[in-house]
Design a protein around this ligand. Structure first.
Ligand SMILES: Cc1cc2nc3c(=O)[nH]c(=O)nc-3n(C[C@H](O)[C@H](O)[C@H](O)COP(=O)(O)OP(=O)(O)OC[C@H]3O[C@@H](n4cnc5c(N)ncnc54)[C@H](O)[C@@H]3O)c2cc1C
Ligand code: SF4
Length: 331
């Protein structure tokens, strides 16, 4: 392993300038992704710029009912924040169902959005993998692909996006706030995670030096009655096989507002627009939930070992919607 230089920044501008000075450098937050991949020789930065002293760990309620989460707020602090638990339960639940308590204390919200895929071919550092080494091929297409994606895939990559909280943030139309060489800007989260297409090595629209400074979640009444359902092989310390972030408002037995996003089955946190359109105005009952779930999965492309996810995802959607409807006492 080649030597890596280390610097600790206390000002945002200094952190950005230090990373910009070296095209091979990277930011270091909790290190729960970066250090793992460094040890596996999957990433090879020449310099790490530690950003943990930057003043970016606040969780603020906005006057209009929205939320501003600093990029360095830890997953555990966000999950336990009373405003998050009350106004955006799907965010708190998605965080608490991720990783382990120790990891959640270390892991930052900005780092969570930028965590890398769990595909074993990507992480072994040697197998053909278009994401790690563009143009080498995708070992998962014909390989062990039980955990891989069935939506948003391409012939070049089928890796599942691993984040739980990103699924809730996509359902809630959050935005990611950036500072960097092009100044300050906000990117709607719907544009933040790129589909693999022919360029699976490009995962987001950030330039080298761009620093995530925060995440903003707009005010949402429907978010108060929301939940995150995660289905996985074991009850803790495991990534999703399928998950659903759901917020539902029912009036007179009819769906008046709905947000639905899916995890564990797609190459990016998946907003279920098609299902949402079918659900709006429908009766809040099992038949409508099942029909919306079927429509959302209609374009799924299963590959060998992950074919079970087509049915599992539909069942996850239906169960999440039924639970959300029960919370309202609607059915
Ligand atoms: C065993 C294990 C189980 C896990 N289970 C789950 C799970 O069930 N659900 C889930 O959602 N996640 C899970 N994770 C992933 C975990 O949530 C992420 O590793 C973590 O959130 C990353 O945050 P970090 O602060 O440690 O980031 P780091 O490792 O420090 O950084 C990750 C990447 O983001 C970059 N970066 C970090 N912060 C910024 C910033 N502010 N601006 C720009 N770039 C930045 C770094 O350069 C690096 O490329 C698991 C991880 C492990 C190791
Ligand atoms: S699925 Fe993506 S990450 Fe996994 S081997 Fe194929 S190209 Fe690499």
């Amino acid at each position: 392993m080649r030597p890596i230089s280390y610097a600790r920044a206390t000002e945002v501008v200094d952190a950005i300038a230090t990373v910009l000075a070296d095209p091979e450098s990277a930011y270091l937050a909790g290190g729960t992704t970066e250090i793992d991949l460094l040890r596996l020789d999957v990433v090879r930065p020449t310099a790490l710029v530690d950003i943990n002293d930057l003043p970016l760990d606040q969780i603020q309620e906005l006057a209009d009912g929205g939320l501003r989460i600093g990029a360095l707020a830890r997953m555990s602090d966000v999950a336990e924040d009373p405003a998050v638990a009350l106004r955006f339960p799907m965010i708190a639940q998605a965080l608490l169902l991720g990783a382990s308590p120790q990891l959640r204390h270390m892991a930052s919200m900005g780092g969570n959005l930028l965590q890398r895929v769990r595909c074993s071919y990507f992480r072994d550092g040697v197998s053909p993998c278009n994401k790690r080494s563009p143009g080498t091929g995708c070992s998962a297409l014909q390989g062990i692909n039980r955990g891989h994606a069935i939506l948003g895939t391409s012939e070049h990559c089928i890796a599942t996006h691993p984040s739980d909280v990103a699924v809730a943030l996509v359902a809630l139309d959050a935005s990611v706030h950036i500072e960097g060489p092009s100044g300050a800007r906000a990117i709607p989260i719907s544009d933040f995670f790129l589909l693999p297409g022919e360029t699976p090595h490009l995962e987001h629209p950030l330039e080298h030096g761009d620093l995530i400074v925060g995440i903003e979640v707009p005010s949402s009444t429907v978010a108060r009655t929301s939940l995150y359902l995660k289905v996985r092989d074991r009850e803790s310390y495991e990534f999703a096989l399928a998950s659903a972030a759901v917020a539902l408002r029912v009036e007179g037995g009819v769906i008046a507002d709905v947000r639905l996003a899916l995890g564990g089955i797609a190459t990016r946190p998946w907003r279920a627009h098609r299902a949402e359109q079918l659900l709006m105005g429908a009766r809040a009952e099992q038949a409508a939930f099942a029909s919306a779930a079927r429509a959302e999965l209609a374009d799924a492309i299963p590959r060998g070992m992950n074919a079970f996810k087509v049915e599992l995802a539909q069942r996850t959607i239906v169960r999440a919607l039924e639970t959300a409807a029960d919370m309202r006492g609607a059915t």
